[in-house]
Design a protein around this ligand. Structure first.
Ligand code: AMP
Ligand code: GLY
Length: 431
């Protein structure tokens, strides 16, 4: 099978790393890829959002199967256009990708199909949004309706902070059109979990559960990011809770999407808050999480490719995936300045040494290869730059190996959190 993975971040590096191992994969390409991905796949210099160029390239290269990593090409209709050409695709149609592309669409679907979530209001008028905030009180959450790279959410401690967020999104338009409409919602208290399920339009195949660290600073402080590190398993979700999440959250969403005429194919990623009153949905994404995907791929024992193809073919019923008992943990290394304006072009050393650390793998996210005096240098080229991942018998053991690899990396232009996995490690110490 000739396979194309679309995207070029840590998620796509982890997917390519796994798919490259599949006996079903005869040739693996990644568009646009990155210097880390180039070790396991042939990179094609086409941007993930350049839908027409991707469609033309797939026909020319006789690609059999396309796995789309990020949400943007899905919302732009890449799946629809490839399918119209008879190409098998893993990833939802543009209509189904609205589940992530519009928070308002998602919240209305939850209300219609009884999916537990925070109460909310939708607003296109900043004055009305502010009045709603004043009426409800704080803490309260303000979200830009459209896609804002994980940064369009403000958890406001007081009313003034919430009003300021409305001004930034709706009046100053810091997220452009994504902030034309805002969702104001209830602040939920609890522990978060990232829940992944492969879906073929109808049948559901759950994967293992992970936990992400959304804020930039140690101790879960500072502004939100796309994710600074993750680990799996997430023990907070035991078997009983897992069954409840499938029944109360995932199944009605999959049924609802089909009933709306937009059946979902691909991976559903539910961001959950495990509250005192049970699991509640913060959001749905229509793709793998990043960095969560990196720990999922580290733990997956089965071949990934047949599962992706089965999802695309509507054949997930009776499909099974096997997982390593080991835990996996990933530490994200970001360029200084992230999640604001990250510094670009700083040189990263020690990658070979880090890769030699036992049970560790370094995934590339925002990196670029440059020629420095005849030698290839890897430099920072984005906010989140590396995912330093490791496996271990416990989350604590995986954490030790991951930080050993982090410490081998020589990159003065970068930083990371030093406490990824802290909740799980504390629980392990207490048990
Ligand atoms: P989202 O992009 O909607 O997942 O939001 C990003 C992050 O903001 C989540 O992972 C949570 O940490 C936080 N968050 C979002 N919505 C809420 C909420 N209703 N209550 C508390 N925290 C929230
Ligand atoms: N790590 C969370 C996300 O990918 O949205």
């Amino acid at each position: 099978m000739r396979v194309l993975v679309v995207g070029g971040g840590g998620r796509e590096h982890a997917l390519c790393w796994k798919i490259a191992d599949s006996p079903l994969c005869d040739a693996l390409f990644c568009a646009p890829g990155n210097p880390g991905i180039a070790d396991v796949a042939t990179c094609v210099p086409i941007a993930a959002e350049d839908v027409d160029a991707l469609v033309a390239w797939v026909s020319k290269e006789r690609i059999d199967f396309v796995m789309i990593g990020p949400e943007a090409p899905m919302t732009l209709g890449l799946t629809d256009k490839l399918r119209a050409n008879g190409v098998k695709v893993f990833g939802p149609t543009a209509a189904a990708a609205r589940l992530e592309g519009s928070k308002a669409f998602m919240k209305d679907l939850f209300a219609k199909y009884g999916v537990p979530t925070a109460w909310y209001g939708r607003f296109t008028d900043p004055q009305k949004a502010k009045a709603f905030i004043s009426e409800k009180g704080a803490p309260i959450v303000v979200k830009a309706d459209g896609l804002a790279a994980g940064k369009g959410v403000v958890v406001a401690r007081d009313i003034a902070e919430a009003h300021a967020a409305v001004d930034r999104m709706m009046t100053e338009k810091v997220f452009g059109d994504a902030g034309r409409e805002v969702v104001i919602e209830e602040f939920l208290e609890g522990e978060e979990a990232s829940f992944f399920v492969l879906v073929d339009g109808k049948n559901m195949l759950p994967m293992v559960v992970a936990q992400d660290h959304k804020t930039v600073g140690d101790g879960d402080t500072g502004p939100n990011t796309g994710g600074m590190g993750a680990y799996s398993p997430a023990e907070i979700v035991d078997d009983a809770l897992h069954a409840r999440i499938m029944k109360e959250i995932i199944a009605p969403t999959v049924r609802g999407m089909a009933a709306e005429g937009t059946p979902f194919t691909g991976v559903l990623f539910a961001g959950l808050m495990i509250t005192k009153d049970g699991p509640k949905t913060l959001e749905f994404n229509v793709r793998f999480g990043d960095p969560e995907c990196q720990v999922l791929m580290m733990r997956l024992k089965s071949d990934l490719l047949p599962a992706l193809v089965a999802a695309a073919d509507g054949q997930l019923a009776n499909f099974d995936l096997r997982w390593h008992d080991d835990a996996a943990l990933v530490v994200v290394m970001a360029a200084k300045g992230y999640p604001g304006t990250p510094e670009k072009g700083t040189v990263i050393g020690g990658l070979a040494e880090a890769a030699k650390v036992e049970d560790a793998v370094v995934f590339h996210a925002g990196t670029k290869a440059e020629n420095h005096d005849g030698k290839t240098a890897i430099v920072a080229n984005g906010g989140r730059v590396l995912g330093v991942a490791a496996r271990g018998a416990t989350v604590g053991a995986a954490q030790r190996q991951a930080y050993k690899a982090v410490d081998a990396i020589k990159w003065p232009g970068g930083f990371c959190r030093r406490d990824i996995g802290w909740r799980a490690v504390a629980r392990e110490k207490n048990s």
